[in-house]
Design a protein around this ligand. Structure first.
Ligand SMILES: NC(=O)C1=CN([C@@H]2O[C@H](COP(=O)(O)OP(=O)(O)OC[C@H]3O[C@@H](n4cnc5c(N)ncnc54)[C@H](OP(=O)(O)O)[C@@H]3O)[C@@H](O)[C@H]2O)C=CC1
Ligand SMILES: O=C1OC[C@@H](O)[C@H](O)[C@H]1O
Length: 395
């Protein structure tokens, strides 16, 4: 078990869908299994906008302690004084209103990706977190993987010289052969009412690799806003199905190429036979990260002019908790980061600062603008409404 002096964070889970379950199970794994002694996590409440019973079922499924409270509304969750931090696990359409509900209640917030539908919404959330003096972070879990940390350190230490280009792809390959993809039109992946589309859901990981290799590593005073050129193919629902973006940092002479698609796959056979999903190309070598871009488990360092014997292959497996049915997907690392920030009084994570989440939202917004993708007003407004249907669940 984690040490008895470990700093404990009490989580409230907002929504009860797929990722809420995966994340909450990760929270409830034993931190010692991943070598963590200084922080630990408790799940004290979960809320469903559908019903209190659904929240109770959820708590049962994740084997939360019997003391954990089930709420039938998001409003009740954010009012619970025992909750230190709210994890927002609703579709991206809802993130602005739901995260605002929690921030306005004075709660710390970890909000699933994509942070919002628009950059203006992201800026408003950050302003609110700042004025309320609470912690706020976008849940891009991949950033906190030991693999990502190692890759960023390699870049910063000059292991592949100056990085001039990163090519990153996260594409699912869900073409169903009849002109459609195999998500129902109502599914959050393609439904504009839920801010569906490849870019906000998947492309954000390709952009994460572009940003953490070309932008994050830039010294603060040299951080440069990128130029953006995008090509977008729209699905018949109006959401984007294939989006390709060139992100240019002119001062740094670097290009990021972020690719995403629901039609073709980054890894058609699931064995990485197609090669690396991410290529980070420097003046003296290349780092290749094997996909999927959201959950990479291996990278390779290839030195320029090497004879093939110089390729260093590094595996970074995700520790599983055998005492908890083998749970552990790698989402616990971002939770540990939240705990350490709360313990240390930090309001934002240095690994994914507010300004970087906003910069990525600005790129996605610009790409979607170039592709004529338009989302409904109710999900793209930046006016907070505690009684919005997105907060009350009145669908
Ligand atoms: N980090 C990662 O690896 C992943 C992140 N995600 C992100 O998590 C978010 C949720 O995705 P996922 O869990 O797959 O989605 P699900 O559809 O499985 O769950 C979403 C939950 O949100 C709540 N909700 C509230 N209003 C609505 C609505 N109008 N329609 C649908 N659901 C609603 C529901 O919970 P309730 O009824 O209890 O309120 C629902 O169960 C997305 O933003 C996605 O990008 C998703 C998958 C992986
Ligand atoms: O964040 C995600 O990562 C895994 C994908 O399968 C999922 O669609 C996406 O939301």
């Amino acid at each position: 078990m984690a040490s008895s002096t470990a700093y404990t964070v009490r989580w409230g889970i907002m929504a009860t869908g797929w990722i809420a379950e995966v994340f909450t199970k990760d929270l409830l794994t034993n931190p010692a299994v991943r070598g963590v002694q200084d922080v630990r996590h408790e799940v004290v409440a979960a809320a469903s906008s559908s019903s209190k019973d659904r929240a109770a079922d959820f708590l049962g499924k994740v084997k939360a302690p019997s003391s954990a409270k089930a709420y039938g509304s998001y409003h009740e969750l954010v009012a619970d004084p025992d909750v230190d931090i709210v994890y927002v696990a609703t579709p991206h359409s809802h993130h602005f209103q739901n995260a605002m509900l929690a921030l306005e209640a004075g709660k710390n917030v970890l909000c699933e990706k994509a942070l919002t539908v628009t950059a203006s919404q992201a800026r408003k959330l950050v302003e609110t977190a700042r004025s309320k003096g609470v912690f706020f972070m976008e849940a891009v879990w991949t950033r906190y993987f030991p693999l990502s940390i190692q890759v960023r350190n390699l870049i910063s230490s000059g292991a592949i010289g100056t990085v001039y280009r990163t090519i990153a792809d996260l594409s699912l390959g869900r073409d169903s052969g009849d002109g459609k993809v195999d998500f129902a039109d109502s599914h959050r992946m393609v439904n504009p009412d839920l801010a569906g589309g490849a870019l906000l859901d998947l492309g954000i990981y390709a952009l994460t690799w572009v940003f953490q290799t070309l932008y994050h590593v830039q010294p603060e005073e040299q951080k440069e806003k990128p130029k953006v050129v995008a090509a977008v193919n729209k699905y018949h629902t109006g959401a984007d199905e294939t989006t390709s973006i060139i992100v240019q940092f002119p001062q740094h002479k670097s290009h990021g190429i972020a690719l995403t698609s629901l039609r073709v796959a980054s890894d058609p056979d699931g064995k990485n036979s197609g090669g690396a999903a991410i290529r980070i190309q420097g003046s003296t070598g290349e780092i290749q990260v094997m996909g999927p871009a959201y959950c990479p488990l291996q990278y390779r360092v290839i030195k320029k002019g090497g004879d093939g014997g110089e390729v260093q292959v590094v595996d970074c497996p995700i520790p599983k908790d055998a005492e908890r049915d083998g749970w552990g997907q790698g989402m616990f690392w971002e939770a540990d980061e939240c705990a350490r920030c709360l313990r240390d009084g930090r309001k934002e994570s240095a690994t994914l600062p507010w300004s970087e989440s906003i910069a990525i939202m600005e790129v996605m917004e610009e790409a979607l603008r170039q592709g004529d993708v338009v989302y409904p007003d109710v999900i793209s407004t930046d006016v907070y409404d505690p009684q919005s249907p997105l907060n009350t669940g009145k669908r």
